[in-house]
Design a protein around this ligand. Sequence first.
Ligand code: ATP
Ligand code: MG
Length: 330
Amino acid sequence: MSAPIVFSGIQPTGRKHLGNYIGAIRQYVEGQDRGDPAIFCIVDLHAISVAYDPAELRERLYDTTAILLAAGLDPERCIFFRQSDVREHSELTWLLSAVTSHGDLNRMTQFKDKSAKQELVSAALFFYPVLMASDVLAYKATEVPVGDDQRQHVELMREVARRFNERFGEILVVPEMRIPEVGARIMDLQEPQRKMSTTGGTEAGTVLVLDEPAAIRKKFGSAVTDSGREVRRGEDKPGITNLIDIYAVARGIDPAEVEREFEGAGYGDFKKAVAEATVELLAPVQERYAELRPDQAALEAILAGGAEKARAIAAPTVAEVRERMGFGPA
Ligand code: ATP
Ligand code: MG
């Protein structure tokens, strides 16, 4: 089998959290050795779909860039760039909107969840999945590593690709989704029914990649558990199940092994252990981040180099799509 073309994006909104690290970033780092190419994008155009501040967007863009590099993305082994640098994403969004069903967009749970929290429900929030489809389809990616919350959006982009191909000829590739076996959906520590989120979660329940050890310990210490007393997974135990998943990933073991390790232990001791494991998981990333973040010019140079490589792949795809759709000279 030939190597997959891997593509994934991450928003520079707010501050990135443990859910992003476990569900997405960890997979990116692993994906860069399998993907040929592996393409990772800071999706700043997606970030304007909710209320935001332009100056803060720039700051967070650099923060997110440095976090990904600190986590192990290597611009020599992957294509790493800023979405807004490659105009093809925007153009393709409009073109593909012609083969995207309004009814499908209306069914997206992310749109429903996020629009409930916005004063202005922007058309950008509604169009988010079309932009995401364009991100992936522009590179003819075969594999999209994401967290569990993006299932519906990947399903939609597959449908968009299929519909385009049926209508205009086989150009686009229908991508496969890749979600991690453990940790595809890390939950908010305070509200374990909801996913940990950059923009929508509780502050005390969201562990940030850049949190100090003291803050990490405090957040796990006050994590909501349940009335039982056993450290085991269960539908009725979302809080403990979430902590088991986090510990399993941080230690690189199976969730079943975690249950065995903590048989007979109380919730208090278990929470402390999860906090320590998380502190150790994030420490090397934080150390690297502190070295990389100050040199903004170096971060810019990496993103610019990535954009050039990205454009070289996306531009021919968009040219093909334009041609098939009837644009340009005969
Ligand atoms: P927002 O809530 O504002 O959409 P976010 O926290 O979902 O922000 P994104 O940048 O939209 O962050 O997502 C980046 C990647 O992280 C996506 O692949 C997404 O599926 C994954 N991800 C987000 N939250 C979680 C989570 N709680 N657990 C696992 N993966 C997650
Ligand atoms: Mg998201």
